[in-house]
Design a binder for this molecule. Structure first.
Ligand SMILES: NC(=O)c1ccc[n+]([C@@H]2O[C@H](COP(=O)([O-])OP(=O)(O)OC[C@H]3O[C@@H](n4cnc5c(N)ncnc54)[C@H](OP(=O)(O)O)[C@@H]3O)[C@@H](O)[C@H]2O)c1
Length: 318
């Protein structure tokens, strides 16, 4: 098969479409003939040499795919050859074929094109597991989403609205504010113009910035608030005012999805299919696709992500 290889650490030009060995299914795995993958910020970090794949994972980038089941390994009874699926991966999505533990495979939600489904597993599992399973956002509470126009943000805004929360999102431009409001956000804050902690009070914050926002996030949380840090775009080390944590009874969580054991991912995937897929099938939450780029031109897709012009997901299609 062919796959995108990261030939060395560097810019988008290091991504090359090359002939590589076909994956074989280990017991408990299925092989998917890939229809599409999607670009995640983590792929850019991996390309830059700052985010190695976890031990045992494919060296090729790509944390999610959609496609058709091509082979089924021993001990797999849950999926059949020919079924249309999408999957959460530890790597290897930028390829014609990929092997994945069956626990990380999901049906394509009704009413979603096979190609579009490639952009769902990472955002749906990340948002559901962090905002709802970990931070337990409840109906009527306020969620603050940083980067509302990101792949993660566009899904978080829609899901929290669909489940009855008030949603505020930070964005980098008036144009992005308009797009995020159209997805259902109640309010946006332009992070270039205003300090969100001066005007927002939230019960849960989904944070992709890390150190740079820690103090402001703690200030913006209401008593009993929960901060979930899933990205470190603004650095990893900062001072935490524990007095504020005690006084407001706050919780701070940090998680990553990629390096979790298969059973953990399986539990998240099952819960996501159970609770989130019906909302996608019913149209309350939709995939937000910015562009569909041929997979062999992954470098172009990375340039697009690097430029920050996108809203939602950039897909890599075959
Ligand atoms: N821990 C996990 O398991 C996990 C899983 C998936 C993703 N993530 C993380 O989630 C983040 C989003 O991922 P993605 O693939 O959806 O990336 P993406 O589409 O490239 O989004 C990056 C976002 O960061 C926003 N941003 C940049 N500086 C900001 C600031 N100072 N304040 C607020 N927002 C700011 C941008 O907003 P504008 O475009 O409006 O400027 C953009 O929307 C990444 O950091 C990624 O590593 C973590």
């Amino acid at each position: 098969m062919r796959a995108i290889e990261i030939t060395r650490s560097g810019g988008p030009e290091v991504l090359e479409w090359r002939e590589v060995p076909d994956p074989r299914p280990e017991p408990g795995e299925i092989v998917i003939e890939v229809a599409a993958s999607a670009v995640n910020r983590a792929d850019v970090h991996q390309r830059n040499g700052h985010y190695d794949p976890p031990p045992g994972a494919s060296p090729y980038p790509g944390l999610e795919v959609s496609g058709v089941v091509a082979e089924v390994g021993a001990d797999v009874e849950q999926f059949r050859v020919g079924e249309e699926v999408c999957a959460l991966l530890a790597g290897g999505g930028y390829a014609e074929r990929v092997a994945v533990p069956w626990q990380q495979v999901m049906p394509v939600p009704q009413g979603v094109r096979l190609v579009e489904a490639a952009g769902l597993p990472e955002v749906a599992c990340t948002v559901w597991s962090n905002v709802f399973m970990t931070a337990r956002l409840r109906k009527g509470e306020t969620l603050l989403v940083h980067g509302g126009a990101s792949g993660i943000g566009t899904f978080a805004v829609q899901l929290a609205k669909a489940l009855g929360s008030r949603v505020v999102a930070t964005v980098g431009s008036a144009e992005k504010a308009e797009r995020v409001l159209a997805l259902g956000a109640d309010e946006t804050v332009d992070y270039h113009q205003e300090d969100f902690s001066e005007k927002v009070r939230a019960d849960v914050i989904l944070d992709i910035i890390g150190a740079k926002y820690l103090a402001q996030n703690v200030k913006a949380l209401r008593p009993g608030g929960r901060l979930v840090v899933i990205g470190l775009q603004g650095g990893r080390k900062a001072e935490l005012d524990l007095g504020m944590l005690l006084a407001k009874r706050l919780s701070v969580y940090g998680t990553t999805l990629r390096a979790r054991p298969v059973d953990d991912k399986g539990a998240i995937v099952r819960s996501t299919v159970d609770k989130v897929w019906p909302l996608v099938s019913g149209g309350a939450v939709r995939p937000v696709v910015y562009a569909e780029v041929p997979m062999e031109r992954a470098a172009e897709a990375h340039r697009m992500l690097d430029s920050g012009e996108h809203v939602g997901k950039i897909l890599l299609v075959r």
